[in-house]
Design a protein around this ligand. Structure first.
Ligand code: ATP
Length: 273
């Protein structure tokens, strides 16, 4: 198992934001984490990344997160947070190179070239980062993150927090096809927070759904993306169509936002800690 999360809870201030989560991730698996705004998805990802204190157990490749040396983590685990502010005057190519391990070649680096090409930023390689558009910045950050673990041996974990939120539909497709290929061809285990239900249906091996700090559903896209479950979790009504491609598509109904949408989350899940 690349990642095992057992009974993980996170409190921020006086509130318990993430409540008693269990999940696991095997090599080559693409797991997508869904849930309404404020459900606790980013907080869980930050705990798994070691960026927030938690109670419970997070094991990477069989060993507790805190027991790994930072050098091992830097080669085997890469994290793309929801927001990355880059205001310093480096070029696109220099930023991707920041992700490379110190042992990588100082001259031309095929991994850097390949990632810039696959993420469609090769033509921007000499451009200064503050002059990029939002979507270009997001593809650049993904390239930097992937550069970190691209040619590492052994178990690798990729944690992505809304890595396609700024992208147009073609680039969303491009990015998730790349991430899917890396999982399947290189055995990288991927945990990705997404809001786009149809991208999740298309690419995820398994879906996890969080609401009000708790894990409330887990299963395949066909099991999770049902009208009843979507209404219970998000409070909106939708049709779910089975596509010839072999995965479902969610079509929200216009005007299908009941008042329940604005109601607070399940109070039994998140309480003062
Ligand atoms: N430092 C903090 N102190 C108190 N509450 C916080 C803190 N940081 C986040 N929260 C709250 O924790 C809850 C979960 O936040 P989190 O960012 O994990 O949600 P999310 O599921 O990733 O949401 P989104 O889909 O909007 O990105 C939110 O209600 C947020 O306001």
């Amino acid at each position: 198992m690349v990642l095992s999360v057992n009974s993980v809870s996170v409190s921020l201030g006086r509130s318990r934001i993430v409540n008693d989560i269990d999940c696991y991730l095997r090599a080559g698996e693409l797991l997508m984490l869904l849930g309404p705004n404020g459900a606790g998805k980013s907080t869980l990802l930050k705990a798994i990344s070691g960026d927030l204190p938690y109670v419970g157990s997070v094991r990477l490749a069989g060993r507790e997160l805190g027991q790994w040396r930072p050098e091992w983590l830097a080669r085997q685990r890469a994290v793309m947070p929801q927001r990355v502010e880059v205001n310093f005057p480096l070029t696109v190519e220099e930023v991707v190179r920041l992700g490379r391990p110190k042992t990588a070649s100082v001259g031309s680096d095929p991994v850097v070239d390949q990632l810039m090409s696959e993420l469609d930023i090769g033509h921007l390689r000499h451009r200064l980062v503050p002059a990029l558009s939002g979507g270009e910045q997001q593809r650049l950050q993904l390239a930097r993150v992937l550069a970190q673990i691209m040619d590492s041996p052994g178990d690798r974990l990729l944690l992505l927090d809304e890595c396609t939120s700024a992208l147009d539909p073609a680039h969303q497709q491009m990015v998730l096809e790349l991430v899917h290929r890396l999982a399947k061809n290189q055995g990288i285990a991927v945990l990705a927070v997404v809001h786009d239900l149809n991208l999740a249906a298309q690419f995820a091996d398994r879906l996890l759904v969080m609401k009000a700090g708790c894990l409330v559903h887990e299963g395949s896209a066909r099991e999770v993306l049902t009208p009843d479950l979507l209404e219970a979790v998000y409070g909106f009504t939708a049709r779910v169509i089975e596509l010839d491609e072999g995965y479902p598509m969610v079509v929200p109904r216009r005007g299908g936002l009941p008042n329940a949408y604005l109601a607070p989350g399940n109070p039994s899940c998140r309480q003062a800690s």
